[in-house]
Design a protein around this ligand. Structure first.
Ligand SMILES: [Zn+2]
Ligand SMILES: [Zn+2]
Length: 383
C-alpha cells in the first residue's frame, strides 16, 4: 500500500536528507517529547502528529528502509502500519501501550528498540533527559614530553603533570544534585499551551526547557558533570621510542559527558640529543678516533655501544672517514624489538708534532713511502 498524501518524513522530523542517524534520533526524541500523547491528553492533533513522527522515525532510523524511502519516496512493508498498539486513527481512546511497542517494526534493528526504551526511560525514569546533553566521548589530549637518549633506548616510567576534564565527584558526572522536582509551570509535561485566536499550540516549557523537571545544577561543576583537574600520572615510555614518536595513554584524555568513555592522552616524544651517539631511525652513528699506527697497522679497539664496550677490529690501512658497521648494536625498535645497527666512523688522529722523535719518524716515513694523494685531484677538478 503506497502511502500518498503523507508529509515528507524528513520534513516531519525537521532534518535534512543528509541527516545522520544520530541527527534523526535527536530530532525524533525532541519532537516525541513535545507531542507525546501522555503529555497532551485529549489532543487529537498531537496524537496524530506523534504517530506520524513514529512512522517517519521507524523508516528513517532503519538504514534499509530509509534507502527504499529515498529511492521510491515511500516505504511500505507487510507489517500493518497500525502495528504499534491501538487501532489506528479510530476510536476516541487510542491506547498507547508503551510496553508493547515494537519500535523496530520487527526488523530487529538495534537503533529502533534501544532508542525507544531510552526515550521512555527518559520520560518516566526520572533522569531528567533534556537538561543533559547526549553522552559524548571525551576529547583526546596531547602533551609534549622531553626525555633523554637513554630513556628512549631503554624505556622508562616518567611522571607527567596534565590538566584534564575529569568526571565530577560531587554529582557522579550527571551535572545535577538531589532529586529532580516536577516543574510547577508545566506540571511535569514539558509543554505549555498557548492560544492564538481559536488555535491552541503546545510549546515547550521555558522554565524546565521542555523536560518537565527542575534539577539543581551541581555547584562543583556548574552542571557540566566534569571538572578541570590537575593530575600527575606515571607514563610508561616503551624502549626504542624515537624523537617525534607518539605514546598513547588510554583513558587519560578528557572524561566523556554523562559517563561516556574518556578520550586518550597522546604524548609527543622529544628525545634530547646525545653527546656521543647520533640516532637515525633505529641505527646509531658515532665517530671513533684512532691513532696513525692503529689505522696503518690495523688494531682491535674498544668502542662504546648501548650494550657497553664492544671490541672492533680496525683493518690495516684504514683511512679517516671509513665507516664500520656493528651489526645489531643499534636501538631496539619500539614496534617489534628488532635492533638497528651501529655505524662507527673512523677518525685518524695525528701524533703531536711537539716531540722531536715523532717529527723524525714522520720524515723517515716520507722517505720510505713517498705518496702524492692529490695527484688526480687537478684533473678531476678541471681547474
Ligand atoms: Zn516545565
Ligand atoms: Zn558536578
Amino acid at each position: 500500500m503506497p502511502t500518498t498524501s503523507k508529509a515528507d518524513y524528513y520534513e516531519l522530523l525537521g532534518v535534512s536528507r543528509k541527516a545522520t542517524a544520530k541527527d534523526i534520533r535527536t530530532a525524533f526524541r525532541k519532537l516525541a517529547r513535545k507531542y507525546h500523547p501522555d503529555l497532551n491528553p485529549g489532543d487529537k492533533a498531537a496524537e496524530e502528529k506523534f504517530k506520524q513522527l513514529q512512522e517517519a522515525y521507524d523508516v528513517l532510523s532503519d538504514s534499509k528502509k530509509r534507502q527504499m524511502y529515498d529511492q521510491q519516496g515511500f516505504y511500505s512493508d507487510s507489517v500493518p502500519s497500525g502495528g504499534y498498539g491501538g487501532p489506528e486513527g479510530t476510536g476516541d481512546d487510542v491506547n498507547f501501550n508503551f510496553e508493547g511497542f515494537d519500535f523496530g517494526g520487527g526488523s530487529g534493528g538495534g537503533v529502533g528498540g534501544g532508542s525507544f526504551r531510552d526515550l521512555f526511560s527518559s520520560f518516566f525514569g526520572g533522569r531528567g533527559a533534556g537538561v543533559q546533553e547526549e553522552a559524548e566521548t571525551g576529547a583526546d589530549l596531547e602533551y609534549r614530553i622531553e626525555i633523554d637518549f637513554w630513556d628512549a633506548v631503554r624505556g622508562a616510567v616518567k611522571k607527567i603533570q596534565i590538566t584534564r576534564m575529569d568526571s565530577c565527584q560531587t554529582c557522579q558526572g550527571t551535572g545535577a544534585v538531589g532529586t529532580p522536582q516536577v516543574c510547577p509551570t508545566c506540571h511535569g509535561s514539558g509543554t505549555i499551551q498557548q492560544a492564538a485566536g481559536k488555535m491552541r499550540f503546545n510549546v515547550p516549557c521555558n522554565r524546565c526547557g521542555g523536560t518537565g523537571k527542575l534539577r539543581t545544577a551541581c555547584k562543583t561543576c556548574g552542571g557540566e558533570g566534569r571538572v578541570r583537574h590537575n593530575e600527575t600520572i606515571d607514563v610508561r615510555i616503551p624502549a626504542g621510542v624515537a624523537n617525534g614518536g607518539r605514546v598513547r595513554v588510554p583513558g587519560k584524555g578528557n572524561a566523556g559527558t554523562m559517563g561516556a568513555t574518556a578520550g586518550d592522552l597522546y604524548l609527543a616524544v622529544v628525545v634530547k640529543p646525545h653527546e656521543f651517539f647520533e640516532r637515525r631511525g633505529n641505527d646509531l652513528y658515532a665517530k671513533i678516533p684512532v691513532t696513525v699506527p692503529e689505522a696503518t697497522l690495523g688494531a682491535k679497539i674498544e668502542v662504546p655501544t648501548i650494550d657497553g664496550r664492544s671490541l672492533v677490529r680496525i683493518p690495516p690501512g684504514t683511512n679517516s672517514g671509513k665507516t664500520l658497521r656493528l651489526k645489531e648494536k643499534g636501538v631496539p625498535s619500539a614496534r617489534n624489538g628488532e635492533r638497528g645497527d651501529q655505524y662507527v666512523e673512523i677518525q685518524v688522529v695525528v701524533p703531536p708534532p711537539t716531540d722531536e722523535r715523532v717529527r723524525n719518524l714522520m720524515k723517515e716515513l716520507e722517505e720510505v713511502a713517498p705518496a702524492d694523494p692529490r695527484k688526480d685531484l687537478f684533473g678531476k677538478a678541471g681547474a
